[in-house]
Design a protein around this ligand. Sequence first.
Ligand SMILES: [Zn+2]
Ligand SMILES: [Zn+2]
Length: 412
Amino acid sequence: MFLIRPEPEYDESLESYIIRLAEENRFRVKKLFPHLAKLLQKQRGKLAGAMATDLSRFNLYHANTSSSKRYWALHQLSELCCKDRMPLLEMAVLKTSRRFGEKHTALFWKGLDIPRIFFRSESIPICPQCLKEKPYILVFWHISLVRACPKHQTLLIESCPQCGLAIDYIRHGELHTCPCGFELSTAVAKPANPKLVRLSEQVYGFKPESSDQDNLLFRKSTTEAVFGAVLWFKQWVEKESDSSPLVDDDFLLRCIEFFDDWPARLSSRLEKLAYEGLEYSERSMKETAFRSLFGALLKISRYLPDDRLASNEVLKTVFAFLDQIVFQEDHPYSEIAHTLLDSFEACVILGVSIKQLARLIEDGLLHPCKQLKDKEQVNPTTPLFRLKDVFVLWSVSFQSRHSNRNLYLSRW
Ligand SMILES: [Zn+2]
Ligand SMILES: [Zn+2]
């Protein structure tokens, strides 16, 4: 069906490749989908219904319940369309079971986990220079943390300079031109703030020159750890709602600044919250929930995207702070060690699941502060466990190679 098969670029989006494939074989993108459905119908009738009917739903992460059917449809298609199999599946963005923070779902593309909230599925900005050099769309432009092109050090452009329409190659079915006819590669991009360029480099996976960077986001770490840290900042520091996808230049610059001189800002923020909690709380700490002082700190810091202290710098800093409060004699905030954690928070400290936590209670290793009635189920959101008890239990019974006190004690 396709006589000409363009070579996919390693960082090209699946939708960009489909547009190029259609263009080179003189199909209009909109006409392509009925065609593909017919082709599947002929060969594999059962799978025909699993195919998306337009480009905006074509990628695999859009599939709801029938994603495995959709996977097979794409597999068949990649074999049917050309003599050689096309690498459509390898280019697809998939769903994954991985989670970030408390409850953020993720997508998977070529070995990279991306929080869903940071993945743009519409209004994808572009770098005009890149487009001029090689006319295809990078998957990285779908990631909202990428505001600048690391190669050309310029800001990506989001709207057509001629008509002001948001650039959206998937909706318009066009890589090079705006519906008004403007040639996008001729747009002039503004120079970008070097910090935004640096952040884009981290997302692209460029390795920094030195590993002893003061800024947590710019250290040698995984791209997922960078995503995790930014998501954590959005949720805990800026207290933005989970569903707000807004990531603009100002937000990212505030975020980068927060992680400068790491972990100084987080440590001083924790101290301030502890001070205010003790100063203004009307109840004794023994009756106070940990979260009433620190918000959802523990839950939000858990999967960034890892919960091992060795690879979760935020959680490591939080543990170092709690460690001082619990173990340091005459610590000014030691009373906070008496505050109460709910089951979810206790699970974060112990690195266990809710089921395992229930087992610890049953076995008498962890004691709720309120007498439970016989066979009473613990409500996981009720503050029931003393921070001190949980932390000491972790310190004596739950040390592991990747999560232990030595990982932070040497720094303090
Ligand atoms: Zn560029
Ligand atoms: Zn335009």
